[in-house]
Design a protein. Structure first.
Ligand code: 6GU
Length: 226
């Protein structure tokens, strides 16, 4: 079973994403365990402070070393982590390849940044991987962590079934997914392509591959570069 621990000052933001649909089933099947920890539990003063002014001045608070270090040390005693991931807009852009790789790991710890981020020394001493989910700034790492956990969780063996299979996803071979149709065959005069109605599986496969290529060339030519 894959275990994912998440450290955050806003655990409420991470309650709902994992209690529905596929992520819920993954946990019920015992394939994935997600635990969300309130970082303030490891605060070192009585006010539950986990952030402080930055050295050198400037706007914005920085997440302090001690609460993070104490939290990581304590959690790590329970189980070693294969990766300690810090969610940050200056991390490596997240993609399907990274999700595939992380889905093969055992235990992950994810740190959600807030304010101006975490003290650089925690990054040097503890963090093994820094992830961004795109070139825009979120008010905290929580929604980004939810994206990463969802992308990893659905790849774990046994989580998806034939109806939800990852094999036909966009990006699975660096191509976008082909268009899909369901009933009716004629909707307001817009027809489902004949090939799909004829029921020749080889022709359907070829058509879908051609559509994938065309779609990728049109919308994401960058994916075809490598
Ligand atoms: Cl991981 N965190 C924040 N705060 N903003 C982001 C992000 C992460 N990825 C893209 N924008």
């Amino acid at each position: 079973m894959m275990k994912i621990d998440i450290l955050t000052v806003l655990p409420e933001l991470l309650e709902s994403p994992f209690t529905h649909s596929i992520m819920k089933r993954a946990q019920e099947k015992g394939l994935l365990q997600i635990r969300v920890h309130q970082l303030r539990k490891w605060a070192v003063n009585k006010y539950g402070m986990v952030d402080d002014y930055q050295y050198g001045g400037g706007a914005g608070m920085v997440m302090m070393c001690e609460p993070l270090a104490n939290a990581i040390d304590e959690l790590q005693q329970e189980q070693p982590y294969d990766e300690i991931i810090y969610m940050t807009p200056d991390g490596k852009p997240f993609d399907q390849r990274t999700a595939n790789g992380l889905s093969l790991k055992g235990n992950l710890l994810i740190i959600c940044g807030h304010y101006k981020g975490i003290d650089e020394r925690i990054r040097q001493l503890y963090v093994t991987r820094e992830i961004s989910i795109g070139d825009y700034v979120l008010s905290g790492g929580e929604l980004a962590a939810a994206v990463v956990v969802d992308a990893i969780g659905r790849l774990l063996p046994g989580v998806l079934n034939d109806e939800t299979s990852a094999l036909t996803d966009s990006f699975q071979d660096n191509l976008l997914a082909p268009p899909v149709y369901t009933r009716p065959a004629d909707f307001r005069g817009e027809k489902v392509p004949d090939i799909l109605l004829q029921g020749d599986p080889k022709k359907v496969d070829d058509w879908r591959h051609e559509q994938s290529l065309q779609r990728t060339r049109d919308r994401r030519p960058d994916l075809l570069d490598d």
